[in-house]
Design a protein around this ligand. Structure first.
Ligand code: AMP
Ligand code: GLY
Length: 417
């Protein structure tokens, strides 16, 4: 099978590596242009939002399956376009993708389908929002911009001043452009977070091992929120929690997509808070999580191309996924200045010293004449595997000590939470 993967970060690198392990693969194509992706795929200089260009590529190269990594092309309708041209796509069409690109749509979907989530109110006007916040007696409160903001559109506000500032930043200053036209003011939930990803073919689902992202920049969950500084899998949950995740969240989601005729094919990601009142959904992502995917895919013991193909065809045949009895720890190495203003162009040393049983994914790296350079905020993802979380941690951190680049930063506590 000829396969195209759209996207060129660490998550897509992990997806590509898993696809490369399949007997079913003929040729692997990737886009957009990325000098490291040229090492393991036929990499093309086509923009992920150039749907016509992608469709033409699929025709020219006889591509039979397109796997979409990031949310942006999904939220612009890449699947709708390609499916209308007769191309099989792993990734939902607009009607599903909007569950990530509009938090209002997501919250209203959860509310009408009895999917547990934080209490919320939606505002179209900053004066009404401020008036409402002024009347609040309990803080923190969570303020979210409606649209896509690369993971920066959520603020946990500890007092009235912070909340008013969030409303002004999102709605008046429009720091995220039209994404802040509407906001959601939400009840603050406390507990431990976990990420649940499922393959969904429109009618059936397959649950992947639970995982956990580490969003803050610094150890002990301090510093600003980032796209994710590391992830671990599997996350252990007791039987009752697992039952409620499946029955109260996943089943209700599946019933809802069927009832609302959302032909959902791809991955649904539930960001979940494990509260004292049970698991509640913080957000949907309509694609693989980053960096959770880097921790989870290596634990899957089935042919991933079969799973992608069955999912995109609307025909999941199996009832479960084979999972290796291992733990994985993924640590993100980030560049100086990340997340605000990451510095690019520093040479990376030591990649040749990494043990072969680890996975190394290039999240933001440029390759030139045998040398590697930083080329993004999140630069590398190292994933270690072992029989226990503690051993996997040890392995990954030992290997990280062999890598260096100027300004390199990483959290030392991934998997300790
Ligand atoms: P989201 O993009 O909605 O997942 O939000 C990003 C992060 O903000 C989450 O991973 C949580 O850490 C935090 N967050 C979002 N909503 C809430 C909430 N209602 N209560 C507490 N924390 C939240
Ligand atoms: N890890 C969270 C995300 O992918 O958005």
């Amino acid at each position: 099978m000829n396969i195209l993967v759209i996207g060129s970060g660490g998550r897509e690198n992990a997806i590509c590596l898993k696809i490369k392990q399949s007997q079913k693969l003929n040729n692997l194509y990737t886009l957009p242009k990325n000098s490291v992706f040229e090492k393991f795929s036929e990499n093309l200089d086509i923009n992920p939002n150039d749907f016509e260009g992608i469709s033409k590529l699929c025709e020219d190269k006889k591509i039979e399956l397109v796997v979409v990594g990031p949310e942006d092309p999904l939220s612009r309708g890449v699947s709708d376009y390609l499916v209308s041209k007769g191309i099989k796509v792993f990734g939902p069409k607009l009607k599903g993708a909007v569950l990530e690109s509009s938090k209002q749509v997501a919250k209203e979907f959860m509310f009408r389908n009895y999917i547990p989530t934080a209490e919320f109110k939606i505002f179209y006007d900053s004066n009404y929002a401020k008036e409402y916040i002024n009347g609040l007696t309990k803080f923190p409160v969570v303020i979210k911009a409606d649209g896509l903001c690369s993971g920066k559109g959520v603020r946990v506000c500890n007092d009235l001043d912070e909340a008013v500032k969030a409303v002004e930043d999102f709605m008046e200053k429009r720091i995220f452009g039209s994404s802040g036209m509407k906001i959601i003011v939400e009840e603050y939930l406390s507990g431990k977070e976990c990420s649940v990803m499922c393959f969904v073919d429109g009618k059936k689902y397959l649950m992947m091992p639970l995982s956990r992202d580490h969003k803050r920049l610094k150890d002990d969950n301090e510093g600003p929120n980032t796209g994710g500084m590391g992830a671990v899998a599997p996350v252990e949950a007791d039987k009752e929690t697992l039952r409620r995740i499946e029955e109260d969240i996943i089943w209700r989601f599946m019933e809802a997509v069927i009832r609302e005729r959302i032909d959902y094919r791809g991955v649904i990601y539930f960001g979940i808070m494990l509260t004292d009142d049970g698991p509640k959904v913080l957000e949907f992502n309509v694609r693989f999580g980053d960096p959770e995917t880097q921790a989870v895919l290596g634990l899957i013991d089935d042919d991933i191309v079969d799973i992608f193909d069955e999912t995109a065809s609307g025909e999941i045949k199996r009832t479960s996924i084979k999972i290796k009895k291992q733990n994985s720890v993924c640590v993100v190495l980030s560049a100086e200045g990340y997340p605000e203003n990451p510095v690019k162009g520093d040479e990376i040393f030591g990649l040749d010293k990494i043990d072969p049983d680890l996975d190394v994914y290039y999240a933001g790296v440029r390759y030139e004449n045998g040398r590697y350079f930083t080329n993004g905020g999140r630069v590398l993802n190292l994933v270690g595997y072992a029989d226990t979380m503690e051993l996997a941690r040890k392995k990954v951190y030992e290997n990280i000590s062999r890598i260096n680049f100027r300004g390199m930063h990483y959290r030392k506590d991934i998997g300790l939470l």
